[in-house]
Design a protein. Structure first.
Length: 255
């Protein structure tokens, strides 16, 4: 069953999620920024229940791993049919304009780690089709035959692709035009500049005998900007030597 969380207007950025747990959606994406944007049709979300594409009488979606070992593997035929259903639905004749050009991404710990640059690139496209794994993962043949791109959230193992899909969509939706109140607020965030973000403060002016750094209440915008830049650089150097190295290399090139 294909369930639309909001009408897929042709102009909206469109996400289709292939999952064994459609009830996990929209989940966190139904609230706050993403939820409002979904309601406002800035983006559209539909789920496809992979189990609907199981053809045997027990509706099996998984089977034991070839070669033995623990766990179960999602079947290539079932997953392949679910994928083809999604892409087939939008293809009408040979008209290239009617083709579904959205990338097909399998959330997987073997994938390329998700970055803010990839998030931005996805937000610039027409949308995404996400495949959520369960058990030990998906039969390799379907990943190859359907040219699936693999993306990882990080070097740890989740119980399924759904929380990863929710996270990826959260990151992409927040940078879609019109989602953040002030578009600028996304631009000096951690990673957008290649550096971690500087620390934030707000009222009260004194809390547990601690004051806000004086420069921030000085009214001198140039000094504030310099202080923030220095803090960003210091934090990145101390916490993320990998990012710091990259930042230094890139700023040397532009000098
Ligand atoms: N046996 C696999 C892990 C399977 S976990 C391995 O060792 O590589 C089950 C599913 O959770 C995966 O198919 C994938 O869709 C999802 N998943 C687990 N960890 C993930 C991560 N770090 N990033 C994205 N998806 C992940």
């Amino acid at each position: 069953m294909v369930r639309k969380m909001a009408d897929t207007g042709s102009k909206s950025w469109a996400a289709t999620v292939l999952t064994l747990y459609p009830d996990m959606f929209p989940g966190t994406l139904g609230q706050s920024l993403a939820g409002k944007a979904l309601h406002d049709k800035i983006w559209a979300l539909e789920t496809v229940d992979i189990r609907d594409f199981a053809r045997d009488k027990h509706r099996n979606v998984d089977d034991t791993p070839a070669g033995g070992g623990a766990g179960m593997v999602m079947r290539a035929d079932v997953v392949g049919n679910a994928i083809d259903h999604v892409y087939g639905a939008k293809v009408s004749g040979d008209d290239p304009d009617k083709m579904d050009k959205r990338p097909l991404i399998y959330l997987s710990p073997r994938g390329k780690p998700l970055t803010q640059a990839r998030v931005r690139a996805l937000s610039d496209g027409p949308g995404v089709v996400l495949l959520c794994g369960r058990f030990e993962g998906v039969d390799e043949r379907v990943l190859e035959a359907r040219q699936v791109e693999e993306i990882s959230l990080g070097d740890y193992i989740l119980s399924g692709g759904e929380p990863a899909a929710l996270t990826l969509l959260d990151a992409v939706v927040r940078v879609l035009p019109g989602v953040m109140g002030k578009q600028a607020s996304g631009e000096d965030e951690s990673f957008e500049t290649g550096l971690l973000e500087y620390p934030h403060y707000t009222r009260p002016a004194i809390w547990e005998e601690q004051e806000i750094p004086a420069v921030l209440t000085s009214g001198n915008h140039k000094k504030v900007a310099e202080w923030r830049q220095a803090q960003s650089e210091e934090l990145t150097r101390a916490r993320r030597p990998d990012l710091w190295e990259k930042f230094r290399k890139e700023s040397r090139q532009t000098d």
